[in-house]
Write a protein that binds this ligand. Structure first.
Ligand code: SAT
Ligand code: MN
Length: 612
């Protein structure tokens, strides 16, 4: 039995406009589901879906006394992260996707997808999820409809976006929306039993920037399947933003309040996936007189406000954070946020029904069930095995964060004072440096390189890779054109465009020891940045940018010796000359699409090295 157009009409809520119903009918005719369901986003719906998933074995309910209303999912080992090699930008012209994206002809990709999606929902329920990225109805927010055959997607989307009736109301008012179609790619034959993590070995994560469409096939995991997140809020939104003079960035947003003066500053920061964005967004300052509040931990949408300032919203409603390494020591606010109403994916399960991962506060118990569903004891750990997958995640409501900014849902966003770019760099890059000029700021973003982490399956962890603006896997169009877009917005906003800072918490000394304590001590860097941005302190002109004078920088109690400070600011001209050769080489793949201003910045950088 597959659903008919009439079934879809009958299932659609009264406020579903005709174009949404027709879209759902078209996808149902293609995917041939057994049932159709429109999500309303209610508590009752959450309870029903999670209970069904516990019954089907996809979820394990955690001990309600330890972790109320929380669940654990285990994926297949082949479906634990984004798959960049299967992620496509399907623009009409290949050069519009650019050399750093996988490109596919849109008509040819549609033909593949039509074949893959034909009958892909067989034996399953097709869920229709109206959603808003950003506060409902806000001037920077955007709408979408995700269709999926995965209840895991529905309940995760309920945490990560504003889903259901209110989003449908806005669509019904005639606002534009993005269609996003997803399938795990595992149709069920009549009588065939489902598995606890259906997916397909073959995956397609595809984007059609000219028609604002998303189609994703074969994966049930995070960034591949929660289509409001990376697919919409970054890849498609970046192309919308370019057309309409705004910005969609892979950035956290935080508010820093100087408690003495009451002055508030807002900072955004871009780091490659799994480099500590969530930790920085929820930082607990170790220096007195400052308070940090979280606006967002992963994505920022920014637009010039009526006051002329660059204003940012967090388009998401939850945090999809990396679990391993998260603890009361490294990120107490994240630990508090995920105390209840949280979905964990690929972490370990304790015998008393709670979660565990490497780097959590509690010592490894004598017995665990690991992320693969197997028994796990300290003997396994001694063999180097991990109980939680390195890219295991928590999905948790932002509203539960004890330091969520009171204005985190302000529809017009918060006014940004400084923009940070960072990566994981054991050598070369100093703790903090300020741009010389707006174009230098873009150059800093464009030349971000970082040691690779576990957030994607198909790039080698540990090696260094260029990741401009931390957008390498997320820019929906030609990366060099994106740099051009930044330059245009800087020009448009003039003086009110925030200054850019390059930061690096990960520099090591010759013995491999971290030179900077990081975590809460990163407040010291923020302190210098806001004092510098408001013109309170002078800087030193250095090779990579403007550096703090040590006497202006609050190092009290940081345990950073003068020698360590000097090591963090040690500039090896040969190493930097080599890095600029490498950067030039990297830029060359974009040919003459690299903006002239960025080439000039490279030349100026080399002049500064020569003069050093
Ligand atoms: O892309 S995900 O949303 O799965 C997480 C990340 O890589 O930042
Ligand atoms: Mn991210």
């Amino acid at each position: 039995m597959t659903v008919t157009a009439q079934d879809v009409r009958a299932a659609a809520p009264a406020n579903a406009p005709e174009d949404v119903v027709e879209f759902a009918i078209r996808i149902a005719e293609l995917g041939k589901p057994e049932k159709v369901y429109f999500a309303d986003g209610s508590d009752e719906e959450w309870d029903r879906l999670t209970t069904e998933m516990v019954e089907s074995g996809m979820f394990t309910r955690l001990n309600p006394e330890k972790r109320p209303n929380s669940f654990l999912a285990r994926s297949l080992p082949s479906d634990v992260a984004r798959v960049e090699s299967r992620t496509y930008i399907c623009s009409e012209k290949e050069e519009d996707a650019g050399p750093t994206n996988n490109w596919y002809d849109p008509a040819e990709m549609k033909a593949i997808l039509n074949e893959k999606f034909d009958g892909t929902y067989a034996g399953r329920t097709m869920y229709v999820i109206p959603f808003s990225m950003g506060p409902l109805g806000g001037p920077i927010s955007q709408l979408g409809i995700e269709i999926t055959d995965s209840p895991y997607v529905v309940v995760n989307m309920r945490i990560m976006a504003r889903i259901g009736t209110k989003a449908m109301d806005l669509i019904n008012e005639g606002r534009t929306w993005v269609p996003a179609v997803h399938s795990v790619g595992a149709p069920l034959a009549p009588g065939q039993e489902d598995t606890t993590w259906p997916c397909n070995e073959e995956k397609y994560i595809t984007h059609f920037p000219e028609t604002n469409e998303i189609w994703s096939y074969g994966s049930g995991y995070g960034g591949n399947a929660l289509l409001g997140k990376k697919c919409y809020a970054l890849r498609i939104a970046s192309t919308m933003a370019r057309r309409d003079s705004w910005m969609a960035e892979h950035m956290l947003i935080l508010r820093l309040t100087d408690e003495k003066s009451g002055k508030q500053y807002h900072v955004t920061a871009a780091f490659p996936s799994a480099c500590g964005k969530t930790n920085l967004a929820m930082l607990q300052p170790t220096i007195e007189g400052y308070k940090v509040e979280t606006v967002g931990d992963d994505i920022a949408w920014m637009r010039q406000g009526e006051d002329g300032r660059l204003r940012a919203i967090n388009p998401e409603a939850g945090f999809f954070g990396v679990a391993p390494g998260t603890s009361y020591k490294t990120n107490p606010m994240a630990m508090e946020t995920m105390k209840a109403n949280t979905i964990f994916t690929n972490v370990a399960l304790t015998d008393d029904g709670d979660v565990w991962w490497e780097g959590i506060d509690a010592e490894m118990p004598e017995h665990l069930i690991d992320w693969l569903g197997n028994d796990f004891t300290p003997a396994d750990a001694a063999e180097g095995k991990k109980a939680a997958h390195p890219n295991s995640r928590f999905t948790t409501p932002a509203s539960q964060c004890p330091i969520i900014c009171p204005d985190w849902e302000a529809p017009e966003g918060v006014a940004i004072d400084a923009i940070l770019f960072g990566g994981r760099r054991a050598s070369n890059v100093p703790l903090v440096a300020e741009q010389y000029s707006p174009a230098h700021g873009v150059f800093i973003g464009a030349s971000v390189a970082s040691e690779v982490t576990a957030a994607a399956t198909d790039v080698k962890a540990g090696s260094l890779r260029h990741d401009p603006f931390a957008m390498l896997p997320f820019c929906g169009y030609n990366m060099a054109d994106y740099w051009g877009h930044w330059l245009e917005l800087q020009e448009q906003l003039g003086e009110s465009f925030p200054k850019v800072y390059q930061v690096n918490w990960f520099r090591k000394d010759e013995d491999g020891k971290f030179l900077w304590p990081g975590y809460g001590d990163n407040s010291r860097v923020l302190d210098w940045i806001v004092r510098r941005a408001s013109g309170e302190v002078e800087g030193i002109e250095g090779v990579t940018g403007i550096y703090p004078k040590r006497e202006d920088f609050n190092l009290e109690g940081a345990g950073v010796s003068e020698a360590d400070w000097d090591k963090m600011y040690d500039i090896d001209p040969d190493a930097w000359a080599a890095e600029m050769d490498d950067t030039e080489q990297y830029f060359s793949q974009f040919g003459d699409r690299v903006p002239a201003a960025i080439r000039e910045e490279l030349a100026k950088f080399r002049e500064r090295i020569a003069a050093a």
